[in-house]
Design a protein around this ligand. Sequence first.
Ligand code: MCN
Length: 795
Amino acid sequence: MSTRLFGARIKRNIDPQLLRGEGSFIDDIPLAQALHVAFVRSPFARARINSIDISAAVAHPGVAAVYTCDNVGALDIEMPLLIPHSSMHDARTQRPLARDDVYYVGQTVAMIVAVDRYTAEDAAALVDVDYDPRDVEVDLEKAILDGAPLVHDTHEQNIAAHFVQVSGYPDSAIAQAEHVTKIRVQVDRSTAAPMECRAVAAQFDEVTGELTVWDGTQAPISVRGGLASIFKLDEDKVRVIAPNVGGGFGQKVLLFYPDELLVPMAAMQLGRPVKYIEDRRENFVGSSQERTQIHFMELYAKKTGEVIALRDSFLHDTGAFIPYGIAVAQVASTSIAGPYRIPNIWVEFKAIYTPTVPVTPYRGCGRPQACFAIERAMDQLADELGLDRFEIRRRNLIADHEFPYDREGLIFADGLKVSLDSGQYHKALAMMEERLDAPSFASAQAKARAEGKHLGLGLAFYVEGTGLGPYEGGHVRIHPITGKVYVNTGLTSQGQGHDTVFAQIAADQLGVKPEDVILVEGDTKAFDWGVATFASRAAVVSGNAIHKSAMIVRRKALQAAANMLEADVGDVELKDGAAWVKGTDRKVPLSAVATATNPLRYAFNEAAQAATQFAPASRHDGPSLDEGEHPGLEATDYYSPPCATWAYGVHGALIEVDPELCSVTIRKYVCIHDCGNMINPMIVEGQVMGGIAQGLGGAMYERIEFDETGNMLNANFVDFLVPYATEIPDVEILHLETPSPLNALGVKGVGEAGCIAVGAVVASGVEDALKALGGGKFRHTPITPSMIHAALDAA
Ligand code: MCN
């Protein structure tokens, strides 16, 4: 493979359009005569519905339809369980519109369709629902106790799943341990807060029988399959388009949110386009969230600090329903030993129903919690053994020669083995030591203290299984007239810059400029097979599929051009949009090669004729196509990873805490990460930076608050704090590139990496800064000023 464009810092080609406000998001799609949707949502976390009176809403002028569970026909079902697992019994998923009971504040109870949103909202206020509220318990540790109010009466306890995984022989290793460290850590609930809330619009063409759905989803092909199956439509008659999408971060891949089914249904029934644009409050109370976990971890070590066994038991808050099965908790449990050579692991979790918004993966998906647990435990082990925080890690990190390092017995969320495929963990740690000038930090800290400043050094390592299967595909086609390259995939981008990186991969193979490659994604008419954008998988899975397809097209182009140029195929090269006989000025444009099998097309291809004297079918005495030969220059191929490929990194920070204001200032933040070969380092840095910003939110600001009745107290951006640019420090990002041996491009994913270690770094730094004041332990994020105040007060 040429390395001309792969690895180049090429600017994201979609940005000028987005920055000028010329993007096309769902609310920008012009739909004549569209009707608009508003939902009636439950004001109670748990209640019995005695009756729903829609008569006033139906009579309201401008209302086209009012739906409840009684008139949605085939949609009065519990939605599919996406990832079943044997650790669950009777897993509960949500109905599009509640029947008999509601399970969280914000659950959809009725849907109004009206001439405009204002009318729909007014009519929604007229729906009279008679509720019988019930007791609830939103506290995770209390929800699991005997006698706690149940979320689902079908269960004896609020336990949705209980799963234990074992690697090695933890019991015998524990018996040999010389030291044990025990720690309880907690991470609180947050939300993805995408810039564009969720949205869906649908239109049904009664003449062709075609349903078109515009959905701000991360999974258009999967949505299409689901819609076709639920509405019993031919898949070819359902087209799902994800246009520009303003951030997803996992929240936009639930499959299905109620609106994603109800809006298409209404469009088909009412014969008019229907549109639903979620507002910010609805995004808080109705779209999935993640993070709450409480871990009880024990590290069993030798006196020298080598950890020989790990036990972790954790509670995972799954909210009121569990549509993704145990995916989040399973990812946490299989990432629990981080980058460390811990041969014996016992890890158990219980997924707990709480009467709150359902939980599905949010950027990081269980990894920030696992990282927080193991890294805080490592810090504590170091403190207890009197070792430096770098040293404890050095003694436990997996060495380069140990890769691939299998965690035998652990099964990842994709059902495949946990095998850390490659890395240079020790090098990363050494680089961090150097960047933070760690050896002289103790004296810098003492000097700062003498000046009344409290400085701490925060450190955390992370690993991330990325690039999950099952597979993705890519179709590469050289346009027969323009010579431009069209690349189609089944994925879709919410801001990751796929247009640019996939162009780099294809352009390298075909000798064209990246700006001459046009990516078509997020449209089921353009590519038919695939799954979704999640699990930092696009670079690995779609990237390698596109690479494979482009190589086929390249081989085909070289052979066809060699025939046209009457040259040996080994003497032909692709560059500047043409095939050349090496070292000569003899060339044939790719558009001409693409039309070579079709004389009529060639006759119309003026550009090709002007540029070449070669007649298209000149090589054939018989049929134009040989047996097995396909016309044009195009190919489709797929890539299916054997298992996850493991990216990793280490973050470090110098953190100042002001004990008067209880405020935290990050003086220096360094991220050293490795996502294998980088396709575009500039995009990788953007991804890492965005992840760190989101991680800082979780570390210091963001917590979804519920009162004891299950009402969300901060469903807005005044009370739920996301960090602004003013809160984000400068970040020094350094790259290591250890190729993954699992795929031809040697890439690993990076989309989630940035956010994983931040909570652990901040906690570690704050704890270190306040050590001299007896400031206690920080094992709970977000770390708020009041938490610091309480710690100092207690001291
Ligand atoms: N990349 C690269 N070289 C690599 C790895 C990746 O150049 N070795 C590039 C990729 O080609 C892609 C980007 O970096 O353009 C991220 O790639 P990847 O890690 O494959 O992640 P995905 O494209 O599959 O995106 C999903 C990932 C996830 S799971 C979440 S959550 C997330 C994230 O991406 N949501 C995002 N980043 C986001 N960024 C934006 N702006 N918006 C979101 O919603």
